[in-house]
Design a protein around this ligand. Structure first.
Ligand SMILES: [Zn+2]
Ligand SMILES: [Zn+2]
Length: 363
């Protein structure tokens, strides 16, 4: 049987092919956003990750610590993310009440841009750069890179490092978005707090040499903000105005607010919904689940119990379709020869794994 490098056991935290000593140190260190019971024996890592701060922050830090936040709050991210979501929702309600609607071309363009950005995340930074589940010729690499820029997320290096850590130390304190800490933390809260020291330690141990030596990724990282600002916000917001005379307001709102907000939440849903609600036909010992809703909105990334069992499978699901738009696109690129050496689990291996670890009632 092929090595299952990321299988983790809910009770033993056995991490095959991982750093056993490190994984053992993760035992009994389950934390939520706040420590839930006073009786819990835990050492707060709060001060460990609190570095130079202005005097102005001192009372705020004292308050955070007194109510039991596990790590310091990143207030800039809290303000930016909250304001962005509040503006988008209020703007939507205002337009709904005043009956202001976008042109049909703007709606269609929004859907297309949403799909492109989604493909950059799912087929690009996730299945290609992070898991190397297939090989891509340079034209496809360029397409993935441009699509990923439309999504407006972190650098490829940051995304890949965090996700590799997530797979290797899933559902421990070293998991950047540990779902044991609740829905909000795994969805977006983890971006609003400093990383737990175990996450930082794990991140330093991850092999990132393939990413740091990739010339295309290096180029993208060098001009990261140029790519992000131009392809996520500037150009998409100009197109509706210039090509079909959409109003300025609606051009900016549809792309910079609505499309961006939806695309971020679809990506985050994989870390929250697909770790909390669904079934576990492939491995009943882990938290990731099969979630059809997430697969629909995240282009096939919701078959997450399978994905954590076979992270190297380019389909990120046992079946290519339905609800796996990314796989359909990768199969197309494979047909024209731009994607090749696509890795996938054999039916025999899947059957064997289900027999040993799966929840047979749910398959
Ligand atoms: Zn996951
Ligand atoms: Zn993954």
């Amino acid at each position: 049987m092929a090595p299952l490098s990321t299988i983790t056991s809910d009770t033993n935290h056995t991490i095959e092919n991982g750093n056993k000593e490190f994984s053992e140190s993760m035992q009994h260190k389950r934390l939520r956003l706040f420590p839930m019971k006073k009786s819990d024996q835990w050492e707060s890592p709060y001060d460990e990750v609190l570095h130079k701060d202005s005097k102005f922050m001192a009372p705020i830090r004292k308050w955070e610590k007194s109510i039991g936040f596990v790590t310091p709050i990143l207030w800039t991210n809290v303000i930016l993310l909250s304001t962005f979501h509040v503006i988008t929702v209020l703007w939507f309600l205002h337009d709904a009440v005043t009956l202001q609607t976008p042109k049909w071309q703007t709606v269609l363009f929004g859907i297309i841009m949403g799909q492109l950005s989604g493909f950059g995340v799912t087929g690009g930074v996730h299945r290609y750069w992070c898991h190397r589940s297939y090989k891509a010729k340079w034209p496809l690499q360029v397409i993935l890179l441009l699509c990923y820029s439309v999504a407006g997320q972190n650098t490829i290096y940051q995304w890949v490092r965090d996700h590799r850590v997530h797979h290797k130390f899933s559902e421990t304190t070293a998991d950047p978005h540990d779902a044991n800490r609740g829905f909000f933390f795994s969805h977006v809260g983890w971006l609003m707090m400093k990383k737990h020291p175990d996450v930082l330690k794990a991140g330093r141990k991850i092999d990132m040499s393939d990413i740091t030596s990739d010339p295309l990724v290096r180029f993208h990282t060098k001009y990261f903000y140029v790519f992000k600002i131009c392809l996520c916000f500037l150009i998409p917001s100009l197109i509706p105005r210039l090509l079909w005379e959409e109003t300025w307001k609606m051009s900016i709102y549809s792309q910079t607010f609505v499309r961006y907000m939806l695309s971020l939440n679809c990506t985050w849903a994989v870390n929250s919904f697909a770790h909390l609600w669904g079934n576990k036909p492939y491995d009943r010992h882990i938290m990731p689940v099969e979630n059809k809703g997430v697969s629909i909105v995240a282009m096939g990334e919701g078959w997450h119990n399978y994905h954590h069992t076979f992270p190297w499978d380019y389909k990120a699901a046992e079946l290519g379709v339905p609800h796996n738009t990314t796989t359909i696109l990768l199969d197309f690129f494979s047909q024209i020869g731009w994607a090749y050496d696509l890795k996938t689990a054999s039916p025999l291996l899947i059957k064997e794994v289900i027999k040993n670890r799966g929840d047979l009632n749910k398959h």
